[in-house]
Design a protein. Sequence first.
Length: 186
Amino acid sequence: MILTGLPGAGKTTLLRRLYGPDVERLPITAGTTVVIDSSQARRQWDDRLTWAPYRVRRVFIFATHVKHIRRALAGGHAVIAHQRGCGRHVLYWFAGLARLHGASLQLLLLDAPADEALAGQVARGRMVPARTFDRHRRRWESLLARVKNGDHAPAAGARVIDRAEACLLEAIVFDDSRAPAPPRAD
């Protein structure tokens, strides 16, 4: 499952609340599920790629993030992965990766208005450049509109929650096929 939303929407906050504060440092195993936050890959490269421009670092970080996801899927685990990028090509790539390992891609979309997401960035002290945020916002709005209209392709399913619902969420439960059941607030 991919947990996605605008930068600053509260994805990592949700994962920390459900799976503990170390979720940003290393993959967390909870039962048969592995939780993978994108910041885990970023931290692996922080000190080693200081010389590289952001575009180069981003390639290494994304490849490492995907490696963590692939490794967990290959080990037979269900995966909850934080992924702020919600472009169609990225989602198709993740859907293919899931199928390759006998799983299906599910989406959990954390919907926060752009002004709240920007405030979330300020609160965490990690701002995304305005141009990058605008690009994410446009892709997010497109994905959100498609999902709300019943088109969650390439995912097998999708669920939209807002910040208030995310605060009520107590667990993300997967069925036997490694596809998550709809998230529920228990």
